[in-house]
Design a protein around this ligand. Structure first.
Ligand code: ADP
Length: 150
C-alpha cells in the first residue's frame, strides 16, 4: 500500500496544487493532503476554510483524504504509516529549498520525497499571488478551484 502525504499551507489551495495532486493519483494508493499548522505564521484563510476548500475540490476522489498536523512532517508521516512525501517543483528556488529538506527528512526517517514537476499551464501559480489578487479585489478565477471563489 503506497501512501503519500502532500504537506503544505494551502492558503489557499490553487490550481497548481490540484494539478500536482491529480497527476500523483496514479502513483499512490492513498494521498493525504495535510495542512501544516505553524503557530508563528499568519494565514489569510482559517484552518477550517482551507480544509473546506480542499474537501469541496476533491469530493469524489476515494484515494484522497484531508488532515491537519503540527510538528515535523516526518513524524506525522510515521504516525499514519505513510512512506512518501509528495511535493511540487516550480523553479530553481523551489528545488534548492526542497532539496535540503528532502535530504534531511530521508536521513531522519527513511521517508522518500517524490517530486512532480509543475505543469506549463500552472507553473506561475502560487498561493501568495492568489492572496495578493484577492486582497486587492482582483479576479483569481483562473488560478484557483471553484471552492475558493465561492
Ligand atoms: P508550503 O508552505 O509548504 O510551501 P504550499 O501550500 O505553498 O506550502 O505548497 C505546497 C506544495 O505545493 C509545495 O511542494 C509547492 O512547491 C507545491 N506547489 C505550489 N504551487 C505549485 C504549482 N503552481 N505547481 C507545482 N507545485 C506547486
Amino acid at each position: 500500500m503506497k501512501k503519500a502525504v502532500f504537506p503544505g499551507s494551502f492558503d489557499p489551495i490553487t490550481n497548481g496544487h490540484v494539478d500536482i495532486i491529480n497527476r500523483a493519483l496514479p502513483l499512490f494508493d492513498e494521498i493525504v493532503i495535510a495542512i501544516g499548522i505553524n503557530a508563528d505564521k499568519k494565514y489569510m484563510f482559517s484552518l477550517e476554510e482551507r480544509t473546506e476548500f480542499i474537501k469541496k475540490t476533491f469530493t469524489n476522489e476515494a484515494k484522497i483524504s484531508i488532515s491537519t498536523y503540527q510538528g515535523l512532517t516526518v513524524d506525522y508521516c510515521k504516525s499514519i504509516h505513510a512512506d512518501f512525501i509528495l511535493r511540487g517543483l516550480r523553479n530553481p528556488a523551489d528545488f534548492e529549498f526542497e532539496k535540503a529538506i528532502a535530504i534531511a527528512n530521508r536521513k531522519l526517517s527513511g521517508i522518500e520525497t517524490v517530486f512532480l514537476l509543475t505543469s506549463a499551464e500552472t507553473s506561475y501559480i502560487s498561493s501568495s499571488i492568489v492572496r495578493d489578487i484577492i486582497r486587492n479585489s482582483g479576479d483569481a478565477s483562473i488560478l484557483v478551484p471553484k471552492s475558493v471563489l465561492e
